[in-house]
Design a protein around this ligand. Sequence first.
Ligand code: 3PG
Ligand code: CO
Length: 540
Amino acid sequence: DYRLQPAVTSNTVDGPVVAVILDGIGIGRGDASDGITVSYTPVIDALLAEPLMTTLKAHGAAVGLPTDDDMGNSEVGHNALGAGRIFAQGAKLVGRAIESGDIFRSAAWRQIEERCSSGGTLHLIGLVSDGNVHSHINHLYALLEHCRQTGIGRIRIHGLLDGRDVGQKSALDYFVPLEQRCTELQQAGCDCRIASGGGRMVTTMDRYEADWRIVERGWQAHVLGEARPFPSAVEAIETYYREDPSQTDQYLDSFVVTGDSGPIGTIQDGDAVVCFNFRGDRAIELSRAFEEPDFSEFDRQRVPDVFYAGMMEYDGDAKIPSHFLVEPPVIHGTLGEYLCGSGVTSLALSETQKFGHVTYFWNGNKSGYIDRDLERYVEIESDRLAFDLRPWMKAAEITEQAIDAVASGRYRFIRLNYPNGDMVGHTGVEAAVRIAVETVDLCLGRLLAAVEKAGGIALITADHGNADCMWTEKDGVRSPMVSHTRNPVPLVIKDYGGTKRFAMSNLEQQGLANVAATLCLLLGFEPPPDYEPPLIVQVS
Ligand code: 3PG
Ligand code: CO
């Protein structure tokens, strides 16, 4: 029952309004570390000189993260873009629930305690770093501390290596202290060990069903105890580093910790399992493998009867998983709901790696359609390899679909995401980042020509930075920077339907959450009153 009112001076747009998200393309320092500056980008350069141009905050409090030290990410970025308001996000909500103790009063935690008091082992699976994008190691420590206090007797940690939201070879910074913490717990009478793990891009954390083999590898390591054996997680990491110094954490092979009688932490009937990642995209598939009775994405070989809980609910439509420790942000009245309520036809488009970003994240972490009659979601299948090896990704295919959609006249609103700046930015390979950025620039030029021909309006922005900083320098030594940045992102409106209909409103605080109201105005509607204000005013 969401309905928008026509804008007071309603202007008529002939063509569609097209929102283009240049994933991971922020505004950097403009020096040699800035992957946009060092690339040939005539289209982006011209856009940055447009009159309807500004910059937006895309990190920290502006997108519902705990502090302004937190870099942005695609989940919080697309949530803010699609919801038009700022919601406290997973990182913040879990932190609060731990502080207040609510997390341990949850129904799910009670069931975990019940399992453990009748002899079950508690398994904690998740990303071990302080990236604060999918998880935070302090949340893991808080769970361990509570287990120590309440006398949970046996814990096995299945730790995934990050190297994507943090330094690319920083795993030991997290695993050494974590093993130390395990030793302390053992001294306090709790049998706590790291039992298995692996690099996040090859173990467990697939998203949008890009490659189920990744989850299968995780299942084999965590549940079945099948992977290369090592006496400890730290020894596994050190050995992999030694064997191939060029390999980075996110791609390190899976491993299993073994003792005299084999793997020390396979998952068995009667155990409890917690996935301590709070972000959903890369936690859904593992949750499905644990929960779905007729699961068929890979052969699980053995399916233990466990109590499974997520740190949060990962999919609010599909209700995945059934049990979780912390309530997710409740996001109602998204732009998608308002547009459907107002009869606006729309298309959402990207390739697999970012498909859920323009649908599921955009719609407030709900995976389904809002109105099948009005909406179409198009996914182009992503390549399955490290993206520095194919930095153009599917940008040409996305562009061609978008051009067709613009020309077809079937959609009043189109949103699409070019993943290249982000996905290649995460590899830290400079030459590949340049190809990625130049690919996006070329494709954007083709798309804008189509929008112009149709007399539409393009809104170009990004969800967070990444390619805008490729390395940092300390004492004259450069190290690749693979994570997102805290840089602002561009916001440009290119109105091909008429001249001088809008002017920038130049708000004091401008972030991604102001985009939804802006899109309402461009589409000829008054924004909902509770949305963050639009970035433009109507001139005539
Ligand atoms: C990932 O999941 O790939 C990274 O942790 C974050 O990247 P994204 O927020 O751009 O998807
Ligand atoms: Co990213």
